[in-house]
Design a protein around this ligand. Structure first.
Ligand SMILES: C[S@@+](CC[C@H](N)C(=O)[O-])C[C@H]1O[C@@H](n2cnc3c(N)ncnc32)[C@H](O)[C@@H]1O
Length: 225
């Protein structure tokens, strides 16, 4: 049986799960770049960061925002996002919510021929999730940017995936970083798949060792407390 979803702080605070510096960095980037194509957030929690990003634009010039989330992060997650948007004078009906697992949403977006100018990846943090989510970069327009949250050693699933991705894809360049949020720009078109079978095999091989290490770390810190 699956555990019930945990009550997260953001479920009541409705705040984004990012630091002030990360939000300021995001805001600056979106205001500077003024991308007109669709903006995608994979993993929205209570929509705190979504509100920050949408408020980077005025109502007349705001591009399409797309949100992919399975909406099981805490009870009534979708309702919380809806309330949060309204509190920020943003219309939830204008957001294209895709309530689904990221892998399903990616397949459907690919079939529809969706493209994006900006992507924020902040969904599942396990290496298998992050490696799979990096496939969204295929739908990023040349010149567009992708941000990844929690790209630090504390989240090896994110860090290892991004490091491997950058090493194999020189057409993605780092444009900046604030705390754990890293921004990459797609400077030219891909010449090979962004996430290969070998990358998926690497993620699969690393999955169990990383999970075991995480459990051991948790157990050790519990014992030390
Ligand atoms: C860390 S939170 C996102 C925080 C948010 N970006 C913010 O700054 O406030 C992760 C979110 O990703 C979603 N998520 C995790 N794994 C997912 C998956 N495989 N497919 C779709 N959504 C997923 C969760 O439901 C949760 O809402």
């Amino acid at each position: 049986m699956r555990n019930p979803p945990t009550m997260r702080k953001c479920a009541t605070s409705l705040e984004g799960e990012m630091t002030k510096a990360e939000h300021e960095f995001l805001l600056g980037l979106l205001r500077r770049e003024k991308f007109e194509g669709a903006h995608l957030e994979v993993g929205t929690a209570a929509g705190g960061t979504l509100c920050v990003m949408m408020r980077a634009f005025d109502d007349a010039t705001r591009p399409q925002f797309v949100v992919v989330d399975r909406m099981t992060y805490f009870p009534n997650q979708m309702e919380a996002v809806d309330i949060n948007l309204r509190r920020h004078n943003l219309d939830p009906a204008k957001v294209d919510f895709r309530v689904a697992m990221s892998t399903t949403a990616f397949r459907e977006a690919t079939e529809r021929g969706d493209t994006f100018d900006f992507i924020l990846l902040d969904g599942g943090h396990k290496i298998l999730n992050v490696m799979a989510d990096l496939r969204w970069t295929r739908l990023l327009n040349v010149g567009g940017m992708i941000c990844l949250h929690d790209c630090v050693p504390k989240f090896p699933g994110v860090k290892l995936s991004v490091d491997r991705f950058l090493a194999g894809h020189p057409h993605f360049q780092i444009v900046g970083q604030a705390d754990s949020l890293i921004a990459l720009q797609k400077v030219s078109a891909a010449t090979r798949p962004e996430v290969s079978r070998l990358d998926r095999a690497y993620a699969l091989a690393m999955h169990l060792p990383l999970l075991t290490r995480r459990k051991l770390d948790k157990w050790r810190s519990k014992r030390a407390a």
